[in-house]
Design a protein. Structure first.
Length: 210
């Protein structure tokens, strides 16, 4: 597809809006991942939520626990929804690939399913930058659909998308090369609550900056 005609992540998620939150609200694996992270954070930690969507459940869970949360999403609709739904966090509409990130400025970074419309090079580069934005011993949680695919056309909740991902072993290599150590991982299969949804494999990696 011509890049000029290819739907952008902002366009896709502007269209999905709150439907995305409803479709994934029942993910027990996502909530278990958040609970694990919350148990490991010091009080009033500074946390970056990449691809923050509607702000729920990630930013809301962190903010409700007293943490200083910055959510970043490329979709104006999502950023607006999040700001209204989670007033205890700060949200910015921006492309995380272009956002300046100060080194060692966050205690934790969450990346829940927000890499899939980036190229492998972009994903690898971003994970390195996110790793550098963590304080020593800081934690990064990344979740993805662990498939060995590159620029594959697909339909996601009725929206045409192009998907790129790594399989589980490859993603572990990528985060290791970013200066992170995987301390815990969980695999699951989840079917979003949407008429056009199909079962998806999900992988959650909890990592620490070396």
């Amino acid at each position: 597809m011509n890049d000029e005609l290819r739907p952008t992540a902002a366009t896709v998620f502007d269209t999905l809006g709150a439907d995305y939150e409803r479709a994934f609200a029942a993910s027990s694996a996502h909530r278990a991942s958040l609970e694990r992270l919350l148990a490991q954070l010091a009080p009033r930690s500074r946390v970056l939520d990449v691809g923050s969507g509607t702000g729920r459940p990630t930013a809301q869970s962190l903010a409700d626990a007293g943490h200083d949360v910055l959510g970043v999403d490329v979709s104006p609709v999502m950023a607006d929804l999040a700001a209204r739904q989670v007033p205890g966090a700060t949200f910015q509409c921006a492309d995380i690939r272009e956002l300046t990130l100060e080194e060692e400025s966050f205690d934790a970074v969450c990346v829940y399913f927000s890499l899939l419309q980036m190229s492998r090079e972009e994903q690898s580069r971003l994970l390195r930058r996110l790793g550098q934005s963590l304080r020593r011993g800081g934690r990064l949680v990344v979740a993805t659909v662990p498939l060995d695919v590159e620029d594959v056309s697909a339909v996601f909740m009725g929206q045409k998308v192009h998907v790129t991902s790594f399989d589980a072993d490859e993603l572990t290599v990528v985060v290791t090369e970013a200066g992170l150590t995987v301390q815990w991982e969980q695999s699951s299969v989840f079917t979003p609550s949407h008429p056009a949804a199909v079962p998806e494999p999900h992988l959650f990696l909890h990592c620490v900056r070396n």
